[in-house]
Design a protein around this ligand. Structure first.
Ligand code: FES
Ligand code: FE2
Length: 357
């Protein structure tokens, strides 16, 4: 289990509105194989701690908040926001081992981020750039979905958009041959980053996203420019600009400028929680379009979910069966390479520490 996830990384635990102030609002998550409970303190700050009582392993998320603290509602142990037990009903002494692990946690751009590794290495600058629903310049609309597939399959999916022409014929792509040619013959420029991958695509001379075609004349064709940053563990931040097909240069008409900001939180080997959004810039938006984009993602990700869950079952049944590479695998293979390099480095660091100990 330990080798499947990069530990020294910020993992998204959800949108900020998932955490309310209510006494019962304890948010149970599984992140990179760890049970985590999150709650908001009266001052608005967020606490993330292991969702496992140190007494007998009960779920703290079934407990209750008391001020800054959380009380396990099995036998009543009460823990402070630093994870230290401050009360044991029925006795006066509290042993040093009466504590639960806590995790560094940060709210940024309307997301909650939890650091799953060495707390001393929790650098907030490693949280990915994003544009949240609170950003005044954008109409970002949010959503989420559970997908029962390993996050490496999601990584392959997000690092190659050619599948839009096949998986997403009814939503993002289209069943016509122009769309297929545009999305599969795309000249992607991949740049490997220290903790991720930047990909630039220009998809030329295609109809607009399938669900928006009713907004334009049937013969209208567009150039779609994508600037995508994927970072570890699996954040996908994409800036999309749409222009009339074949236009170039500074004065060309910008028809649509959107951000779709998505993060896939690996829960364990078999599933992810997906938090995502899409929306227009205020400069190009017109009423209802950003909502339509978000609804489109809801439908499109059900299309991905169906494909990925069936793929996950087949990969698990025959994990060592050979597979082949085709041209569009360049992005997925580069991103998986970044992940595997980080996993290898963390494993070597753990082994070096174990040798010294
Ligand atoms: S398991 Fe939490 S108090 Fe007993
Ligand atoms: Fe997709």
């Amino acid at each position: 289990m330990d080798d499947m996830f990069v530990r020294n990384a910020w993992y998204c635990a959800g949108w900020d509105y998932h955490l309310s102030q209510g006494q019962k609002s304890l948010l149970a998550r599984k992140i990179a194989g760890e049970r985590v409970v999150l709650y908001r303190k009266p001052d608005g700050g967020v606490v993330a701690m292991e969702d496992r009582c140190c007494h007998r392993g009960a779920a703290l998320s079934l407990g209750q908040k008391e001020g800054d603290c959380v009380r396990c509602m099995y036998h009543g142990l009460k823990f402070g926001p630093d994870g230290v037990c401050v009360e044991i009903p029925g006795q006066d002494t509290i042993g040093r081992r009466a504590r639960v692990r806590t995790f560094p946690v940060v709210e940024k751009n309307n997301w909650i981020w939890v650091w799953m590794g060495d707390p001393d290495k929790a650098d907030e600058d490693l949280i990915c750039f994003s544009v949240g629903p609170g950003n005044p310049d954008w109409n970002i609309k949010t959503s989420e979905m559970r997908i029962n597939a390993n996050y490496r399959l999601e990584m392959e999916n997000l690092a190659d958009l050619s599948h839009v022409a096949f998986v997403h014929q009814q939503t993002l792509g289209g069943a016509d041959l122009e769309t297929r040619r545009g999305w599969t013959e795309v000249n992607a420029i991949h740049t490997v980053l220290e903790r991720g991958l930047n990909t630039k695509y220009c998809i030329r001379n295609v109809p607009v996203f399938h669900v928006l075609t009713h907004l334009f004349p049937p013969e209208a064709r567009f150039d779609l420019e994508f600037d995508i940053n994927i970072t570890i563990p699996l954040n996908w931040v994409t800036h999309i600009k749409v222009y009339p097909a074949g236009t170039e240069g500074v004065g060309r008409q910008l028809i649509s400028e959107t951000y779709t900001v998505q993060t896939v939180c690996p829960e364990d080997e078999d599933g992810v929680q997906y938090y995502y959004s899409w929306g227009e810039s205020k400069a190009t938006d017109f009423p209802g379009v950003s909502d339509l984009l978000r609804e489109t993602l809801d439908k499109a990700f059900v299309e991905d979910k169906t494909m990925l869950e069936a793929q996950h079952v087949r990969r698990a049944e025959k994990p060592d069966a050979p597979m082949i590479n085709i041209a569009v695998d360049a992005g997925p293979n580069k991103m998986l390479g970044v992940l595997d390099k980080m996993l290898r480095e963390e494993r070597e660091e753990r082994e070096a520490i174990a040798r010294v100990a």
